[in-house]
Design a protein around this ligand. Structure first.
Ligand code: NDP
Length: 337
């Protein structure tokens, strides 16, 4: 079997360091699938990247058939099967949201063009670098014609995993006993973590999460704000961001895209909207999706009922994403890349 070519950008960074080992050791694509890892970062990080390559070699992993460090897009995107786009411009003190967006538009416009020029048309992309949904939208726009928009996604799996864990803690079960939480919208503090359609296995029976938790005020209050603000709380405690759980979530996302979701289960993934639930078409929006492991195609779960509370929360995150998209498109026109 020819090795899968897997690109990780920002591979000299914190999240990259925790992602590469899971790809290399078979956790993401299976113990029988050889991988060739391509690690991209900016030229100033070339030495750090080389250190990561040396460590991966020293792990002596039978699934890792090759690993290379690159600092140019052409070499990075050539013939790749999967791309983890982690590298992004970090927010610096005093930086306006618009400046951050403009800096990232430049990066993701250029990477979208590189995908169109060098990658396989079947390449599947997860964007982790923030603002992840809008970065994915821009990359998809510039890869259009070669890589279809539905091959682009942004990560909300960390928020999804956080929501599973919060329901489990409150219901007094283990996380494996909880399924089908949903993250709607943007990977930002406007996201809507929703337990209305979640199920919990308790005492051998499957019950809905609201019954298992028995505290509606929690599920419509602290549960939502805890998931929305978790990243900030971890930074406050660790003085570093949540790189380990972010990397694990990115790997879960691509694992499920590659192998498919379990029967009766859905996961949250930010994908281009097809108009489902009234979300404007094309917006990269987090939905509940199921994935067919044979075709590797995702489908947005249809027909879920939304009460007024959910509709109002979804409207807020939709508005934020539309504004981000419009600002990003404006920045695209102004960017010379
Ligand atoms: P991290 O590896 O910690 O984070 C990388 C990106 O992931 C950031 O945009 C970060 O957003 C985002 N992110 C998403 N979810 C999370 C989460 N739960 N916790 C933390 N971050 C999250 O950043 P580092 O600074 O350690 O590394 C970034 C690397 O990217 C650097 O090596 C840099 O040189 C590189 N880079 C590469 C580029 C390229 O290859 N072309 C372009 C730009 C940078 P947030 O900022 O909001 O925390």
């Amino acid at each position: 079997m020819a090795p899968l070519r897997v690109l990780v950008t920002g591979a000299a960074g914190q999240i990259g360091y925790s992602i590469v080992i899971r790809i290399a050791d078979g956790t993401v694509f299976g113990k029988d699938t050889p991988v060739h890892l391509v690690l991209l970062d900016i030229p100033q990080c070339a030495n750090v990247l080389e250190g990561v390559v040396f460590e991966l070699q020293d792990c002596a992993l039978p699934t890792l058939h090759g690993v290379e460090a690159v600092t140019e897009e052409k070499a990075a995107f050539k013939d790749i099967d999967y791309a983890f786009l982690v590298g992004a411009m970090p927010r610096r003190e005093g930086m306006e949201r618009k400046d951050l967006l403009a800096a990232n538009v430049r990066i993701f416009k250029s990477q979208g063009k590189a995908l169109a020029e060098y990658a396989k048309p079947s390449t599947k992309v997860i964007v982790v670098g923030n603002p992840a949904n809008t970065n994915a939208f821009i990359a998809a726009k510039y890869a259009a014609g070669k890589v279809p928009a539905r091959n682009f996604s942004a990560m909300t799996r960390l928020d999804h995993n956080r929501a599973l864990a919060q329901v489990a803690l409150k219901a007094g079960v283990t996380v494996g006993d909880v399924k089908n939480v949903i993250i709607w919208g943007n990977h930002s503090s406007t996201q809507f973590p929703d337990a209305r359609h979640a199920q919990v296995t308790k005492g051998g029976n499957s019950v809905d999460a609201y019954t298992a938790v028995g505290d509606d005020a929690f599920l419509q209050g602290d549960f939502i704000s805890t998931v929305q603000k978790r990243g900030g709380v971890i930074i406050e405690k660790r003085k570093l961001s949540s790189a380990m759980s972010a990397a694990k979530a990115a790997c879960d996302h691509i694992h499920d895209w590659h192998f498919g979701t379990q029967p009766g289960q859905h996961v949250s993934m930010a994908v281009p909207s097809d108009g489902s639930y009234g979300i404007p078409e094309g917006l990269i929006f987090s939905f509940p999706v199921t994935i067919d492991g044979n075709t590797k195609e995702w489908k947005i779960v249809q027909g879920l009922s939304l009460d007024d509370f959910a509709k109002q929360k979804i409207a807020v995150t939709t508005k934020e994403l539309e504004e981000e998209r419009d600002d990003a498109l404006k920045a695209c026109d102004e960017s010379s890349i």
